[in-house]
Design a protein around this ligand. Structure first.
Ligand code: PLP
Ligand code: COI
Length: 354
């Protein structure tokens, strides 16, 4: 099941929207580029993908996505360097993770060439949509959902794989304060927390809204069993610096195995920063905040890149993390974005030329 880019047909839009876009003032994920890739799964096989104008999708009300939530997605970015060359960051890892999610949600896996050749065909069609403004990039959203019909609670027989993209600026507009959650859980052992399933996010919205109302931007999820250990934030993995050691919790079937997270761990080691991948008790975090050994906390993810966390709330008390001059967050963000935007050597082989 291999396809090449020249098998992918391209239907160009007659009405480009690009002239309406202010590339110097981009928000996150709210303007969509002119085209999208669409690929249907029917009669037990994926059909050849097509690039078509960005447009609404028509679905039967009984489509299983609406009733049983069979829906998974990925988040990745395309970058453009000074020579107009387009780059992706570890795209094969996104493809692998999409298929890990697919397996868990009983969705048919998408072959690598459909994903990669489809992505390339789309980006070549809409290359002008990749911003060349600092801190901006094209946020790419590949997703698969059940378009097949039926109220029977079982996997659908038809699916759609779509890729669309949104030229985007920063995910957070200001300081990020987080609330450590002890009542609600994002995921549980044996559940779907490790998958990028749409429902994982829907389940977070209510507790996150409660946190937003109290002035926090994200929830830090703790383990569902004891609520004593820090797991991850709503849309990013979490790192904590105690003295000079950078710590993040291990991945598990409750946590998304972030591509940014694993890249940061490698870059940190390369910088000679001591790293630890181990469970972090909320108690330990609070003690470190109290005795001054908590130097930094940050979130890591494709959308968020590396977002410093300025403080956290726990049991009705706020803890502020004093600002440092030379942070691991800024060092690591520079290293990773220099690789992504082709501004520095990529000794890890992560950059992918489109
Ligand atoms: N954790 C969650 C729940 C996320 O939604 C994301 C975003 O993709 C991440 C972590 C970070 O993963 P990645 O670095 O692969 O984007
Ligand atoms: C990403 O970082 O790509 C994500 O998927 C986070 C998203 C929920 C905005």
């Amino acid at each position: 099941m291999n396809i090449t880019m020249n098998q992918i047909s391209v239907e160009k839009t007659k009405h480009t929207k690009i002239n309406d876009v202010d590339f110097n003032n981009l928000s996150f994920g709210s303007i969509y580029m002119d085209h999208m890739l669409v690929c249907d799964y029917k009669n037990g096989a994926w059909e050849t993908p097509k690039v078509v104008p960005y447009q609404p999708i028509s679905l039967d009300p009984s489509a299983k996505i609406f009733h049983y939530g069979q829906s998974i997605f990925e988040g990745m970015k395309a970058y453009k360097d000074e020579n107009d060359t387009m780059w992706l960051f570890r795209p094969l890892d996104n493809h692998k993770r999409l298929n890990i999610s697919a397996q868990r949600l009983a969705i048919p896996e998408i072959p690598e060439s459909y994903f990669m050749e489809g992505l390339k065909a789309l980006l070549k069609t809409d290359s002008d949509w990749i911003p060349q403004v600092a801190e901006s990039s094209l946020y790419i959203r590949p997703f698969i959902f059940a378009s097949g019909r039926g109220f029977h609670a079982s996997p659908a027989d038809e699916y759609k794989f779509i890729i669309c993209g949104a030229p985007s600026g920063a995910y957070f507009s200001g300081d990020v304060k987080v609330l450590i959650e002890e009542k609600y859980s994002r995921s549980a052992n044996g559940g779907v927390g490790f998958a990028k399933a749409g429902g994982n996010y829907a389940g977070q919205f209510y507790p996150t809204k409660l946190a937003n109302d109290k002035g926090y931007q994200q929830v830090i999820w703790t383990d569902d069993n004891t609520h004593e250990y820090i797991e991850e934030a709503g849309a990013m993995n979490v790192f904590i610096r105690i003295n000079d050691t950078l710590i993040t919790c291990p991945t598990s079937d409750r946590i998304l195995d972030g591509i940014t997270r694993k890249s940061i761990l490698e870059i940190a080691k390369d910088e000679g920063i001591q790293t630890e991948v181990r469970k972090i008790a909320v108690k330990e975090l609070v003690a470190a905040a109290n005795d001054g050994s908590l130097k930094e906390m940050f979130g890591a993810g494709t959308a968020a890149v590396i977002s410093p966390i300025s403080g956290f709330g726990y049991r009705n008390k706020d803890y502020t993390i004093p600002k440092l001059d030379n942070t691991y967050a800024s060092l690591l963000k520079n290293r990773i974005t220099n690789i992504q935007y082709n501004k520095a050597e990529d000794k890890f082989g992560w950059r992918f030329k489109v």
